[in-house]
Design a protein around this ligand. Sequence first.
Ligand code: HEC
Ligand code: HEC
Length: 326
Amino acid sequence: MWSSCARPCFVLLFGVLLGWLTVVTETWASEPRNEPVLPIPTCTAMDGEKVRLGKRLYHDVRLSANNSVSCATCHPLDGWGMDGIPVSTRVDGVANTVNTPTVFNALFNIGLFWNGRVTSLEDQIEEAVRVEMGATWNDVLRKISQDESYRQSFARVYRGGIQAVNIRDALAEFERLLITPNSRFDRYLRGEDQAITPEEKQGYELFKKLGCISCHQGVNLGGNLFHRSGIFPRQEMGQETAAAPPEPDRMAVTGNKEDAEVFKVPSLRNVTRTAPYFHHGQVKTLEEAVTLMARGQLGRIISVQERDLLVGFLRTLEGTLYGECR
Ligand code: HEC
Ligand code: HEC
């Protein structure tokens, strides 16, 4: 019996072994790297109907007092989620004191706004409508309710129909779609060796060696802790005056004196696309921002070559807009 099976059995066994080896080596090759940076998930689960409604609201000027701005005015989606100017102006004509952060990947941050004063997208929308857009919910609800197509959409998605809580919910659901997965660096983290060049890898090693990683880490390379801006003098951080400007810092949230000039460490995802930089928006180029960071946060004077290596690495963080689960 055995002798008649010997050759085919051996071939079969050999084949099975080869197959197993291939599977094992492939698994090894695509093993995620053990690094202090995590890739953005390729898809965030969402409710399609709510997302469509949220997207419409996001672009609707009726959420503002005089129908002049929508969320997209300051956070244009084709502009990587921010307006590209140092500071924007609110509907009431008052200039904001801080640079507009991007809406992309905001859901991964521990808190929202530069000082993290709110911790949910819904609460953030509440403040945006009131402060940035100068509107009251009574006004917004009246305008939105006059629109038959909104009445129908809300009735389909929410039992309560058009209500402030449902507007916030739909908008927040849409914001959860705003992620930028599959950057070259994420592909590298997932095990694709060739996704970044040797120079870019050198830039990442330098980013870790210098200590940038101690503040810029996790999914967003930032967004997960608060830190003083400019451990070294203010002028070193690109700020003209030594006097404290009226920006809302972490002290406004905690009331602790040691939180003066403390901000949420910003995300470095797509940072090549989100100039100008820092909470004051006074720094125009990434080269300058990186040099100031080394000096201001780490007390290091870096060479032009080191600066370019760091910027090269930061370029690999550019992802593709939106997830893959639409
Ligand atoms: C007039 C410009 C303007 C408008 C309109 C506006 N925003 Fe903003 N947005 C800002 C500014 C400025 C900040 C930062 C404020 C701060 O940190 O104190 C901000 C912060 C945010 C953040 C926090 C990001 C983070 O990671 O901290 C999100 C999310 C956001 N806005 C979403 C929205 C949505 C949704 C709307 C519409 C309901 C909206 N914004 C309308 C200017 C605007
Ligand atoms: C001690 C914590 C800390 C370290 C270390 C650190 N950063 Fe930062 N980084 C911050 C904080 C806080 C801000 C926001 C500063 C502000 O807006 O005033 C920031 C802002 C930035 C920005 C601007 C982002 C934007 O969207 O405005 C870049 C770029 C940056 N850091 C890169 C680096 C690089 C490169 C290194 C290493 C050379 C580094 N950082 C080291 C805390 C740190």
